[in-house]
Design a protein around this ligand. Structure first.
Ligand code: AMP
Ligand code: MN
Ligand code: MN
Ligand code: MN
Length: 277
């Protein structure tokens, strides 16, 4: 059996619904043989995932998904094969998480202005880690409070630019995030590029800057991508000399477009991020 890679998913250490061990067990049951746990701005779930992977006889790749601001857009960079104890990476992630806490206050204030009170405490009731608060936790609060039917539909009506509960935020700089990942011995992957509304010339600028700052790969296969996005980002990967990655971006039962290991094969002709593993 060839290896089956899933290099992007979340646990309760960020905004996923399953513990790191439960993510690993589910991935193994679904045929994944190489799994990266990539919690948002956090590596605290890696030890538990690694122990579970040993039991499940699959390979665990230590990862994280870093929140970055680039030309006013939020961009995500996945680090793969990182040393979770790297001081530069730990400090960078702690700074991003501190920014999340400040943003959460502003999100709650914006929701209060729209007539929805108690959101700061409400979101924290849905947070599964004391260390990290995300819009997903606000979304779960808004669903529970009856403002939307499910987490996905929250993001059509709240928490995004132009809607109640939006708070602009400046995340880490692209070069800093890539630098921390490289300091930690990892590879940097531009996550779900098909989501970024930057236009063709913006995407070429982003990919060039990403590569020149030491970025290694782009996610070609992501549930955020249409079939034409997959073809387009495979072409971009070749054109910019970047490797290709694959990730389900799984968050948990009922909150994900794609289950663990649910991705098709990479299109031919793009070297995978794991080519030298
Ligand atoms: P944050 O990093 O705190 O801004 O939260 C972003 C998270 O919200 C993403 O990682 C997703 O888990 C979730 N999210 C964002 N947009 C959507 C959407 N349209 N549908 C479902 N979840 C979303
Ligand atoms: Mn998420
Ligand atoms: Mn992301
Ligand atoms: Mn993700």
């Amino acid at each position: 059996m060839p290896p089956r890679y899933d290099l992007h998913c979340h646990s309760t250490h960020s905004d996923g619904l399953l513990s790191p061990a439960a993510v690993v067990v589910r991935a193994a049951a679904r045929g994944v043989t190489v799994l990266a746990l990539t919690d948002h701005d956090e590596v605290s779930g890696v030890d538990e995932a690694r122990a579970a992977a040993l039991d499940a006889r699959i390979t665990l790749v230590a990862g994280a998904e870093l929140s970055v601001s680039w030309e006013g857009h939020t961009v995500h960079v996945v680090g793969l094969g990182i040393d979770p104890s790297c001081p530069a990476l730990s400090a960078g992630l702690a700074a991003i998480r501190a920014g999340r806490t400040l943003r959460a206050r502003r999100i709650a204030d914006a929701l209060a202005e729209a007539g929805i009170g108690g959101a700061y405490e409400g979101a924290h009731r849905f947070a599964t880690s004391e260390r990290l608060i995300s819009r997903t936790h606000f979304a779960r609060f808004l669903v529970a409070a009856g403002h939307a039917g499910d987490v996905k539909s929250v993001f059509n009506r709240f928490l995004v630019r132009g809607k109640p509960g939006y708070a602009a935020h400046v995340w880490a700089a692209l070069g800093d995030a890539i630098g921390w990942i490289r300091d930690a011995g990892g590879q940097a992957v531009l996550a779900h590029p098909g989501r970024y509304k930057v236009g063709g010339s913006g995407m070429r600028r982003l990919l060039a800057e990403f590569r020149d700052a030491g970025g290694d790969a782009v996610e070609v296969l992501s549930p955020s991508h249409t079939p034409s996005d997959v073809a387009e980002f495979a072409r971009y990967a070749r054109a910019f000399g970047l490797l290709a990655s694959v990730g389900s971006d799984y968050h948990g039962p009922g909150e994900s477009w794609m289950d663990l290991g649910g991705m098709p094969e990479l299109p031919p002709g793009v070297p995978p991020v794991w080519q030298h593993w």
